[in-house]
Design a protein around this ligand. Structure first.
Ligand code: DGT
Ligand code: CA
Ligand code: ZN
Length: 575
């Protein structure tokens, strides 16, 4: 069991304890323990083996015992028992945005509401009104939350699906009778959320049965839901469905292309083929009705249709076929192009690692600069900083910077844009930072016009360099502000503001669908991890995937600029 898995279980225990109404400090200890584990740079099994786990601050002996049991046996009896003692519907309710364990317990205790369906019915009938704090507005918010959950329930966050898919793909690839195997579907196209995992493979007909059996008995497979001559469907532990398709190797290019999709891209490919007197589908590429044109790989299919290679990320029928026909598919940005990391948090606000740890990790990864952006005062739940604390942090940065050569910590802030569009710090305080990321964390239920005015006014402040996660959406929790992104991009061009592409797989905000327009308008995009721990910096890789999906090239990316160039931008911006 790795750090992430251990941390998830500890945090879940915290939630379960809260649902049981256990001592607040006890449940917090588990949640905090979960975060601590994630912030460790050492390998978790080494720490357990050497007993060092017992010496870590914030991990008491009860927690250390449980971590040891988890890491050595892969299971935890305490957790299993705890889970069994709570109606599963209550745990499901914790996924309703804005409806936390305390509220769930209150409703359960008073009205014996055990499932989301019962909760929904009660809210519709104003059945919670007798409970303190559950007036009409709260009940309406709960109903909206349930609706959001339903809409998104069928989809999984990209990184969850990828982590579930990778070991399966590896296993299939390493099977001696498998010739080729690849991820397909939305996962290969790096979409922000994933309905199910698609894997395609090639093998000889007589081996298919054996490979399917091997696939369906992999660790992590919970249930087999379908088996046919070429397809095997399973459900994984996390509730994610996965399909494996196996065909002879001469069909591989066609099934890989077809099942990579998107359906819209496939449709456009089909009409192009038709125009050229050909036919393309999962069965092959044909001319003169049924004469197969052999293609060894996808490149061959595209070439036969007069197209250059189209990377999977672009296959959304968003102009890729026209561009490929003119040999005009751009070279998309890559992780290696990124020169520095901006917008991260530390223990100064709600991060798990210290500023120094975060900076050293960034330097270690080979970047030139690290822009710390802890929260501003208004975000109380994230321990937003007072101007006094900002001064202290700046003194620490000055000291740390003396130690570095060829690397620099930039003094940044993630300053909230409050309701009326003004910034949470006055200009005198903003002026003390090297750069300012402005974003929204509060009042995300605003209406269209108010939301637009708020963001645009925020961007007009000359100290604002980057608009952070523009809508404030959470892919698993809330829609965010209803912004007209085209107008926001126009405003960014007018006021010379960079727009963030938040690389956290929970956000991916700005949405990739608007990146091409930003590119046309000459608005630079900064790919920022918004990391709250060292591990979070690795989200950059996901952000790069989304940037590629948005057709962004190196020249469109702000933090692909050198340290000197970003510093010049910041200085000119406020001059
Ligand atoms: P999702 O919803 O995240 O699973 O997205 P995909 O793209 O993985 O969709 P999925 O799993 O339903 O199907 C995989 C691919 O198969 C899809 O991207 C394109 C192809 N495909 C599926 N249904 C159709 C269809 O009705 N027409 C065409 N042209 N292609 C299809
Ligand atoms: Ca799929
Ligand atoms: Zn942030």
């Amino acid at each position: 069991m790795d750090k992430k898995q251990v941390s998830t279980i500890l945090e879940e225990i915290g939630t379960l304890l809260e649902l049981k109404g256990e001592n607040f400090f006890k449940s917090r200890a588990y949640e905090r323990g979960g975060r601590t584990i994630l912030s460790l740079s050492e390998d978790i099994s080494d720490l357990v083996e050497s007993g060092e786990i017992r010496k870590i601050e914030g991990i008491g002996s009860a927690l250390a015992d449980k971590i040891t049991e988890l890491v050595t046996t892969g299971k935890l009896e305490y957790y299993e028992k705890l889970k069994a003692s709570i109606p599963p519907g209550l745990v499901e309710m914790t996924a309703i945005p804005g409806f936390g364990p305390k509220k769930i317990k209150k409703v359960y205790d008073a009205l014996d509401i055990k499932t989301i369906t019962e909760l929904e019915k009660a809210c519709k009938e104003d059945g919670l009104k007798e409970l303190e704090g559950f007036g009409k507005t709260t009940q309406r918010n709960i109903l909206q939350g349930i609706e959001f959950l339903r809409k998104h329930k069928e989809r999984h966050l990209f990184h969850h699906a990828l982590m579930a898919a990778q070991p399966l793909l590896e296993a299939v690839r390493n099977h001696p009778k498998v010739m080729r195997a690849e991820l397909a579907g939305s996962l290969r196209r790096k979409k922000e959320t994933i309905k199910d995992i698609d894997i395609v493979a090639s093998a000889r007909d007589k081996d298919v049965e054996e490979i399917m059996h091997f696939f369906s008995t992999q660790p992590g497979v919970k249930k087999v839901t379908g088996k046919g001559p070429t397809k095997c469907s399973v459900v994984l532990e996390k509730g994610i469905n996965a399909d494996l398709r196996i065909l002879p190797d001469d069909k591989f290019a066609f099934i890989l292309h077809h099942f990579t999709g998107s359906a819209e891209h496939n449709t456009a490919m089909r009409s192009l083929a038709k125009k050229m007197g050909m036919k393309v589908s999962e069965y092959g590429l044909f001319k003169n009705e049924d004469e197969l044109i052999p293609c060894k790989d996808e490149r061959g299919i595209f070439a036969a249709l007069g197209l250059s290679y189209i990377p999977p990320e672009l296959r959304e029928d968003n102009g890729e076929i026209e561009a490929a026909a003119e040999n005009n598919i751009p070279a998309m940005v890559e992780l290696a192009d990124i020169k520095g990391i901006l917008h991260c948090h530390s223990t100064w606000s709600d991060g798990a690692n210290t500023l120094e740890e975060m900076a050293l990790a960034t330097q270690e990864m080979g970047y030139q600069y690290f822009g710390i952006c802890d929260h501003s005062e208004i975000v109380v739940y994230a321990r937003g900083m007072t101007p006094e604390q900002v001064k202290e942090q700046h003194a620490e940065i000055d000291e740390l910077n003396k130690k570095f050569t060829d690397f620099k910590i930039l003094k940044g802030t993630e300053c909230d844009i409050i309701n009326d569009g003004s910034l949470d710090y006055p200009d005198e305080v903003l002026a003390t930072f090297d750069f300012v990321v402005a974003s929204v964390h509060t009042n995300l239920h605003m209406s269209g016009d108010d939301a637009m005015n708020r963001i645009i006014k925020g961007m007009q402040n000359r100290y604002v360099d980057i608009l952070g996660h523009p809508t404030g959406r959470l892919l698993s929790g809330r829609d965010g502000l209803p912004l007209d992104m085209y107008k926001i991009i126009d405003a960014a061009a007018e006021y010379n503001v960079v727009i963030e592409l938040n690389a956290s797989p929970h956000r991916f905000d700005i949405d990739w669908r608007y990146c091409k327009y930003a590119k046309e308008k000459g608005v630079l995009i900064s790919i920022n991890p918004d990391a709250h721990s060292i591990d979070g910096i690795n989200d950059m890789e996901y952000g790069i995937g989304i940037a590629q999906k948005g057709w962004l090239e190196r020249k469109n990316i702000f933090n692909a600029l050198s340290l000197a160039a970003v510093e010049t931008f910041f200085k000119r911006k406020r001059a």
